[in-house]
Design a protein around this ligand. Structure first.
Ligand SMILES: [Zn+2]
Length: 281
């Protein structure tokens, strides 16, 4: 049944790392209180996935599982799923968004179980024009919020699984297949460090609603042609067993993050000057 969207300052978009756990309650942290579960909202883009509302150290957080949602809704495009959840975030007044997921290593210095908190991205997806029609010109300098980024890295640097890196370019591909070795070689030459399928269009939608955005990603395999052929067993093991580590990093980073945005992320959207922005049309 559709319900009213509650107010929340923070949001967590659940990807493949926390898919197998009951986030956030399975961590058993004392400062975490789940307020509501199974929240489904009507949006202009269709019925939303289930959201959970919880508090961590008094901060209100909305979360949903993006990974599972698309699996259940086979005809739902990633673009439309992203529009649904960001429309909900906009109505809730969300100002800080954290994403997570598994990525492949393009940079041959990375290894499975390392954690990367990317500082920038290269969008190779085909989903360029996904928006919420709010009429803003979006500047993608400082696409990743420096405050959220710092707080995520501070918690990730003691990664019990491997190492942690605070700089890196996340290459976004369309999927749903993985990339070919020649494509990965192209991305490597272009400065890519890790490859995944989620950061865009989310980073554009976050900017459109004036929210900060950053993500924390577990390296789950080598990209094709990098170091050695990856094994499906290792990928499965990481997928099912490493969610707690990523979840704890996210919850602690939220605890460390103030509600006040000193980062100026929300200033990087401007009113569209319709005539001037029809570039050459
Ligand atoms: Zn910010």
């Amino acid at each position: 049944m559709a319900v009213k969207i509650p107010a929340a300052e923070f949001a967590v978009i659940g990807g493949s790392s926390t898919y197998a756990i009951d986030f956030p309650e399975s961590l058993g942290l004392a400062e975490v209180e789940v307020l509501r579960k199974g929240l489904v909202f009507e949006t202009p883009y269709g019925q939303s996935p289930e959201f959970k509302l919880f508090t961590v150290a008094g901060k209100r957080v909305l979360t949903c599982k993006m990974h599972g949602w698309r699996k259940w809704q086979e005809d739902l495009s990633r673009a439309r799923a992203s529009q649904q959840i960001f429309w909900v975030f906009m109505q809730a007044g969300v100002k800080r968004i954290i994403a997570e997921g598994g990525v492949g290593a393009i940079n041959h210095l990375l290894e499975p179980r390392d954690i990367v908190v990317p500082s920038d991205y290269i969008d190779q997806s085909l989903r360029k024009d996904v928006d919420l029609n709010q009429g803003y010109l979006l500047m993608m300098r400082q696409a990743i919020c420096p405050e959220l980024h710092q707080n995520l890295y501070s918690q990730a640097k003691d990664n019990p699984l491997g190492r942690a890196f605070q700089r890196g370019n996340y290459v976004v591909t369309e999927g749903r297949h993985f990339e070919s070795p020649a494509e990965i070689q192209l991305y490597k030459q272009g400065g890519g460090d890790v490859v995944g399928q989620t950061l865009c269009p989310e980073v554009y939608l976050a900017r459109e609603i004036g929210a900060c955005y950053a993500g924390v990603y577990l390296v789950v395999n080598y990209a094709e042609g990098i170091v050695e052929d990856w094994s499906h067993d290792e990928l499965k093991e990481l997928f099912h067993n490493q969610g707690q580590v990523i979840a704890e990093i996210i919850l602690k980073a939220i605890k460390d993050t103030t509600l006040e945005q000193k980062c100026s992320c929300s200033d990087l959207r401007k009113e569209t000057m319709i005539k001037e922005t029809n570039r050459g049309e």
